[in-house]
Design a protein around this ligand. Structure first.
Ligand SMILES: [Zn+2]
Length: 275
């Protein structure tokens, strides 16, 4: 009991430190910070230090890339819901499945659960890196469905740079897991070099699925005054926008949640295929 309480305290302290770090750099709102700290404690207490380290790698690199050339990205971020400050539901949409997997791991120490977790964190890392760096790309990206050139920041837009960055983000998560599991002893879980390609591929798959839903099912609106597509029902100019495609309830949070589920499934599937 004493060690459990100790774990909760250590998890809380490190999660609070990371939460405040993100909050002060304006990548999390107040409620987003609360959700992130809760998730951090759950992952630390139920998963352990290696699980937490993987989550921390996502957090720290996300803050870095979100702040990277932030002034230059401001215009794009204002137009679309993606990027910038994340609130409570955005954090849960990205990390909720990771929390559920930590619960599953606590009751059932099966490596496939850890690989699914790796797929979730790889997906959110790939997606964040690709979004935050992709919108800085020089040329216009292409829409994933019809391959037509679209404005930077458009939901469903992909670019060569974005995909390369998505692969790199996933790979970093795999490398983090590989080293952390090499250093710490986790019952029923062995470090493997295969974690790197599995995380890279599941991250890219999750990020591409995110783009595909962004171009098809996600609710998208049009401002008749500015003649611009947006994810917002009320445009920045104050004009009420008109729905042009997608389902009204299928917002950016639903897209993120669904892509983490796909990333988890791809990583778990690759694990079962290789081991
Ligand atoms: Zn407008």
């Amino acid at each position: 009991m004493a060690t459990e309480l100790q774990n909760v305290l250590i998890g809380l302290i490190i999660s609070l430190a990371l939460g405040v770090f993100s909050f002060r750099r304006e990548t999390l709102s107040r409620t987003g910070t609360l959700a992130a700290v809760l998730l951090g404690v759950v992952v630390f207490v139920l998963g352990g230090a290696a699980w937490f380290g993987v989550l921390a790698a996502f957090f720290i690199t996300s803050v870095f890339f979100t702040r990277f050339k932030a002034a230059q990205k401001e215009e794009v971020v204002r137009e679309f819901a993606k990027g910038g400050v994340r609130d409570f539901w955005q954090v849960l949409a990205n990390g909720g499945i990771a929390g559920i997997l930590a619960f599953a791991w606590f009751y059932y120490h099966s490596p496939v659960i850890f690989y699914a977790f790796l797929g979730v964190i790889a997906t959110v890392t790939s997606d964040t890196w690709a979004t935050e760096l992709g919108i800085l790309a020089k040329g216009k990206p292409r829409l994933i469905t019809n391959w037509e050139r679209v404005p930077v920041g458009t939901s469903g837009a992909v670019s060569g740079l974005g995909m390369a960055v998505a692969l790199a983000g996933g790979a970093l998560i795999g490398v983090t897991a590989y080293y952390l599991l090499g250093f710490t002893q986790v019952r029923g879980l062995e470090s493997s070099m295969l974690m790197v390609p599995i995380a890279a591929l599941s991250g890219l798959a999750g990020a591409l699925f995110d783009s595909l839903m962004g171009a098809t099912l996600q609710a998208m609106y049009y401002c008749t005054k500015c003649k611009k597509e947006t994810e917002k029902t009320l445009h920045n100019c104050g004009t009420k926008t008109q729905a042009i495609r997608g389902f009204r309830w299928f917002d950016n949070d639903v897209v993120n949640l669904a892509s983490t589920i796909l990333g988890a499934a791809v990583a778990a599937g690759l694990y079962l295929l290789f081991f």
